[in-house]
Design a protein around this ligand. Structure first.
Ligand code: ZN
Ligand code: ZN
Length: 351
């Protein structure tokens, strides 16, 4: 009997599971065989028996967890169909961070696409999202409310650089997530014509080195030495979000506290974190992009996970698309900070 879409993918306590393929996708706990969409800590965990992912995602996992992060690894070249168990899988760019991919599973004439996290806005540090026509589309919904409409990132970067020009005696200390946001912001700053060195906290160094080693051009990036902080008037300094509230950032000359995140759209969040200059820069699709993407896939069925599921499920209903929330626990978004056992964790850095 041919498999139906319901046979291809099910939910288990470990996360999404493909029984005919014998693998989990982005499992939350160690499993025998995992396919991983991208390197953020809530999707890519250490300790699986075997991991299949793009070369960049495997590299990022190696940077974060050490070379022994899985029993065995297999590189998934982008767009190339591969047989896994009784299904065919394919990794297709998701436009979220370097190496991020949607996972396409096909069997018996049914095609399921697991988006992982994705965005449609331009990002010079990774390949753009490619829509894949499918029967079932599993979408994230981090910003799945109509109030979330991300502004043009170039205007946000302009705000930062205008402030740098206006206050040459102050340092601009920008909180950014270590994987993706840090490197994208640096690339956008370069695109805007800023050529001076960009300074980074030590916790951002290894992933930034990894991006540069993988051909992402970021210009002159320097790790801040503790002794030079007082001398960095006029500089742009990137650090993990937690560091903007720590003593570490107060040693810079009259620091302007900035934070680059989609959540900066919510004023209360910026105020709560003591952010003077919020920059609305997100690596997730906003409401319009979520809706447009669902339409583009032509999916007749949508599963919504990872955030604000209900509004998007309702919207699908108005479009005649069958939809259900997945309520998978354990996923955050790029805003998840590495745990204390993560070698790139800011808590291991000097104050
Ligand atoms: Zn995520
Ligand atoms: Zn992510």
């Amino acid at each position: 009997m041919p498999l139906t879409c319901a046979d291809i993918l099910t939910q288990t306590p470990q996360g999404l599971y493909c029984p005919p393929g014998g693998f989990h996708i982005d499992p939350l706990r160690p499993v025998a065989r995992a396919l991983i969409t991208h390197g953020h800590a809530d999707h890519a965990r250490a300790g699986h028996g075997a991991v299949m992912a793009t070369a960049e995602t495997l590299g990022i996992m190696g940077v974060r967890y050490g070379a022994e992060f899985a029993g065995a690894t297999q590189t998934a070249p982008l767009r190339e169909p591969m047989r896994v168990g009784d299904v065919t899988v394919r990794f297709v760019p998701a436009g979220h961070v370097l190496g991020s991919a949607q996972i396409v599973i096909e069997s018996g004439g049914c095609r399921v696409v697991i988006s992982g996290d994705y965005k449609r806005a331009a990002d010079p540090t990774c390949e753009p999202f490619e829509p894949v026509p499918c029967d079932v589309f599993i979408t994230e919904a981090t910003f799945g409310l109509p109030v979330f409409r991300h502004p043009d990132v170039r205007a946000e970067v302009r705000k930062l650089l205008d402030s740098v020009a206006l206050f040459p005696e102050r340092a601009h200390v920008v909180g950014v997530y270590a994987l993706g946001k840090a490197q994208r912001l640096m690339a956008l700053i370069r695109e805007a014509g800023y050529a001076a060195p960009i300074y980074i906290h030590g916790a951002l160094e290894r992933l930034t080195d990894f991006y540069q080693a993988n051909g992402v051009t970021l210009g002159d990036v320097r790790r801040v030495a503790p002794s030079e902080r007082g001398a960095l008037a006029g500089a742009v300094v990137l650090c993990p979000p937690s560091a903007i509230q720590e003593v570490w950032s107060r040693r810079f000359p009259d620091p302007v506290t900035c934070f680059a995140s989609g959540w900066m759209r919510v004023r209360a969040r910026a105020r709560q974190k003591g952010v003077e200059l919020p920059l609305v820069i997100s690596d997730h699709a906003d409401w319009d992009a979520l809706c447009a993407t669902i339409r583009e896939t032509g999916a007749s069925e949508v599963w919504v996970t990872h955030g604000q599921e209900d509004a998007l499920v309702h919207w699908c209903g108005t479009q005649g698309i069958q939809a259900q929330p997945l309520h998978l626990l354990g996923y955050g978004d790029e805003e998840v900070e590495p745990g204390p056992d993560d070698p790139s964790s800011p808590t291991r850095e000097e104050a």
